[in-house]
Write a protein that binds this ligand. Structure first.
Ligand code: PLP
Length: 373
C-alpha cells in the first residue's frame, strides 16, 4: 500500500493543537486525587446542558450506556417495542436489546439516510413504547414530524445524538420535545475524549436521580444500594471534554467548510454526495458518498494513500447476530437501507483536515471516475 497521504481520523492532530490545555487538565485531575464522581464531571455536565440548551446532563461511561440508561429510567423494558432505523451503528439497537425490548426497524429516507418519518406510523402497535431517531452522520432526523407522531400515539422519544452535537433542524433544536438525548464521546466523535464517555441530556427532572443512581450501583448515598450498574464518566475524560467543548462550534464550522469544499470539488461527478436538508445545520460527523462501485473506489483511494471507511456497510438487520433473543423481525423489508449499506463510503473529514487534503481526495476520486468510466 502507498504511504498514507490523507488519514481518516484527525484526533491526534487535534491533541497536538490543544496539547498544553489538555495536558494541564489531565495533570490537574491526577494531582487532585479525585478520579470518579468529582468536580470535573459536575462542571462538564453543567457546561454540556448549557451548550445543548437543556436542563440536565448526566455523564456516563459511553453512548451505548446513555441510551439504555435512559430507557431504564423511562421504564422501557421486556414486552415493549422501540422503533428505530437499521442504518446506524449497532449500539443503537443493542441498547434496546440490553433492556429486553424489541427493536422495530424502519427504512431510511434515501437522501438524508435518516429514518423515513412517513414509514413510522405503519410500524406502531399497542406494544410500541418509544421512537429512537438517530441523527446520522451529523444531520438531525425530522424531529418535528417525529414529535407529532409520538404525541398522537403517546410514545416516548429518545434521540441518539452520538454523531450530531451542535446540529440543528430548520425550526427545531435537538431535545426540544424529547424525553432524553443520548451523547457519545468516544474519540472520533465531533466532541470526543481519549477513550470512552457518554451522557444523557434531558429536560425531565424526574429521570435525573434515577439515572444517577443506576450509573452508580443503584446508590446515591454511601453504602446504600438498589439495583444498578457501574457507568460513570471518569474525571479525566470530563476534564478533557470541558476543554474540547469550548471549541466544538468552531470545529463544527470547519467540518461544514470542508464538506462545502468536497461538494464544490466533486460537483459534476456521478457519485452521490451528501444531501443537506434546507435550513438544517448538518455538522458532518461523517461525509458519506454513495456509488455502486464503492469497493472499487475505496481500493483505488487506498492505493493513492487515502483512507476512506464505510459507515455502515452491514445494516443492523444484516448483522449475523440480528435479532438477538428473537427481539426483532428477522426479515424486515428495508431496500433503501440495504442500498446505502452496499454503496456508502465515508471520506476523511475532520476539523483539522485542510482544503489541500480535501483536494487530494477529490482529485483522486475524479481520476478514478475518468479511469473507470
Ligand atoms: C449512532 C451511534 N449510536 C450509538 C453509539 C454508541 O456510542 P459508544 O461507542 O460511546 O457506546 C455510536 C458510536 O459509537 C453511534 O455512532
Amino acid at each position: 500500500m502507498a504511504d498514507v497521504r490523507v488519514q481518516f481520523y484527525g484526533h491526534v492532530r487535534q491533541y497536538h493543537n490543544l496539547k498544553t490545555e489538555i495536558d494541564n487538565a489531565i495533570t490537574e485531575v491526577l494531582e487532585s486525587g479525585s478520579y470518579v464522581m468529582g468536580p470535573k464531571d459536575k462542571q462538564f455536565e453543567g457546561e454540556l446542558a448549557i451548550h445543548m440548551g437543556m436542563k440536565h446532563a448526566i455523564g456516563c461511561n459511553s453512548g451505548t450506556d446513555a441510551i439504555w440508561l435512559a430507557f431504564r429510567a423511562l421504564g422501557i423494558g421486556p414486552g415493549d417495542e422501540v422503533i428505530t432505523t437499521s442504518n446506524t451503528f449497532w449500539a443503537t439497537a443493542e441498547a434496546i436489546w440490553i433492556v429486553g425490548a424489541t427493536a422495530v426497524l424502519v427504512d431510511i429516507e434515501p437522501r438524508t439516510r435518516n429514518i423515513d418519518v412517513t414509514k413510522i406510523q405503519e410500524k406502531i402497535t399497542p406494544k410500541t413504547k418509544a421512537i429512537v431517531p438517530v441523527h446520522l452522520y451529523g444531520q438531525c432526523a425530522e424531529m418535528d414530524a417525529i414529535w407529532e407522531i409520538a404525541k398522537k400515539h403517546n410514545l416516548l422519544v429518545v434521540e441518539d445524538c452520538a454523531q450530531a452535537i451542535g446540529a440543528r433542524g430548520d425550526t427545531f433544536k435537538i431535545g426540544d420535545q424529547s424525553d432524553a438525548v443520548c451523547m457519545s464521546f468516544i474519540t472520533a466523535k465531533n466532541l470526543g475524549t481519549f477513550g470512552d464517555g457518554g451522557a444523557v441530556v434531558t429536560n425531565r427532572d424526574d429521570i435525573v436521580e434515577p439515572i444517577r443512581k443506576l450509573c452508580n450501583h443503584g446508590s446515591n448515598k454511601r453504602s446504600v444500594h438498589s439495583f444498578g450498574f457501574n457507568s460513570r464518566l471518569d474525571e479525566i475524560h470530563a476534564a478533557i471534554l470541558s476543554v474540547k467543548l469550548k471549541h466544538i462550534d468552531r470545529w463544527n464550522d470547519l467540518r461544514i467548510a470542508r464538506a462545502a469544499d468536497y461538494a464544490e470539488l466533486l460537483a459534476g461527478t456521478k457519485i452521490t454526495l451528501p444531501y443537506v436538508k434546507p435550513g438544517y445545520r448538518h455538522v458532518f460527523h461523517l461525509y458519506v458518498i454513495e456509488t455502486p462501485k464503492r469497493d472499487d473506489l475505496q481500493e483505488y483511494l487506498k492505493e493513492q494513500g487515502i483512507i476512506a471507511l464505510t459507515n455502515y456497510p452491514i445494516a443492523i438487520h444484516q448483522q449475523e447476530g440480528y435479532p438477538p433473543f428473537g427481539l426483532g423481525d428477522p426479515h424486515p423489508t428495508l431496500p433503501h437501507t440495504e442500498r446505502n449499506a452496499a454503496e456508502c463510503l465515508s471520506l476523511p473529514l475532520y476539523p483539522e483536515l485542510t482544503r489541500e487534503e480535501a483536494k487530494i481526495v477529490a482529485d483522486a476520486i475524479l481520476e478514478w471516475e475518468r479511469k473507470s468510466g
